[in-house]
Design a protein around this ligand. Structure first.
Ligand code: UDP
Length: 322
């Protein structure tokens, strides 16, 4: 059956990788991206020439259409702390306002997929974090616009499922990195790489002992594809998706220094309410998505990301000054 699909945030880092995968689907008839290009970029889909794809440049919470869609995948949101902390209202509108609006564009019986976040666990008191862990989030803290809008959107979707039988799919993503991250994104791996390639000073907040589980985007979209596309599934989420190899931030910075000669590490004051640790319990993901595995180790993934950043920066340098 021919399917119409809407992806919010399809010009973003993860969204654009997902668009590439969607276009490989033989049952895809139309694919509409809604993106306001706030953190996303047209460049991320510039390589695509496919008549099924169209782009609507709009805030997701205000997008209006006479069309209705078989599948909606809602990714639109900034995901980097400096970006969402600068614009909390906009972050809440994109996540929660976006979901409320997009639900009105779903065909009856349609499927609604949402990328939530490991941030719903806040600064976790258990490790690794299973989906049943309810988290430790400060609803008035500096990260709350992101954390709480993701949590509330999960609540909206699961409650709509309970009341109206909505077909939902919700994933919680853990620290995704890779190609098509903005050079000025500000998250750890992208920041360290762009700093290594420019100033040579890698800014580690605090002592760098705080840890994360770094998931390469190829592995992450592989899981999204297996979860979002499949019709028969025994569990609709929330589902942790990530790489369960937990590595301290300082180790990541040192590794990037080892790849780019001349770099040095400078410690800065800790980021406010920075979670001390984060690691997914992937038991459920392994059961629901047989055959899926986060295959990319951080060393390999970072080398590939570094290569991509080098190409991007060389292309910027090559643009003649008017
Ligand atoms: N971080 C850092 N230097 C940077 C950017 C981030 O030390 O230039 C730290 C940050 O304080 C956090 C970790 O790296 O402890 C991961 O930060 P990121 O923004 O990538 O993701 P999140 O905090 O949302 O997990």
């Amino acid at each position: 059956m021919a399917r119409s699909v809407l992806v919010s945030g399809g010009c973003g880092f993860i969204g654009s990788h997902l668009i590439d995968r969607l276009l490989l689907r033989a049952d895809l008839e139309t694919l509409v991206i809604v993106d306001n290009l706030w953190t996303g970029s047209r460049q991320n889909i510039a390589h695509i020439a496919d008549p099924r794809l169209s782009l609507e440049i709009q805030d997701v919470e205000n997008f209006r259409s006479d069309r209705r869609f078989d599948e909606i995948i809602h990714l639109a949101s900034p995901a980097s702390p400096p970006w969402y902390m600068r614009s909390p209202a906009r972050t809440i509108k994109a996540n929660l306002g976006g979901a409320l609006n997009l639900l009105t564009l779903l065909k009856p019986g349609g499927r609604f997929c949402f990328t939530s976040t490991s941030e719903v666990y806040g600064d976790p008191l258990v490790s690794p974090q299973p989906e049943s862990y309810r988290g430790s989030v400060d609803c008035t803290g500096p990260r709350s616009s992101y954390d709480e809008s993701k949590r509330c959107t999960e609540s909206l979707l699961f409650e709509t499922q309970r009341v109206d039988g909505l077909d939902v799919r919700v994933v919680r993503l853990f620290n995704v990195y890779g190609s098509r991250t903005r050079i000025d994104d500000g998250r750890a791996i992208s920041n360290f790489i762009s700093q290594a390639l420019t100033t040579g000073i890698l800014t580690v907040y605090g002592d760098g002992s705080q840890s994360r589980s770094w998931g390469h985007v190829d592995d992450i979209v592989d899981a999204l594809e297996r979860f979002f596309w499949r019709d028969n599934i025994s569990h609709r989420g929330p589902l942790n998706i990530g790489n369960d190899c937990e590595v301290p931030v300082l180790q990541i910075a040192k590794f990037i220094c080892s790849l780019v000669p001349g770099g040095s590490i400078e410690h800065r004051p800790p980021a406010p309410q920075d979670p001390t640790n984060r690691c997914p319990d992937l038991t459920l993901a392994r059961r629901i998505l047989p055959g899926w595995k986060a295959k990319t180790g951080y060393q390999d993934g970072i080398e590939r990301t570094l290569h991509w950043f080098r190409e991007q920066m060389a292309a910027i340098d090559a643009v003649p000054v008017a």
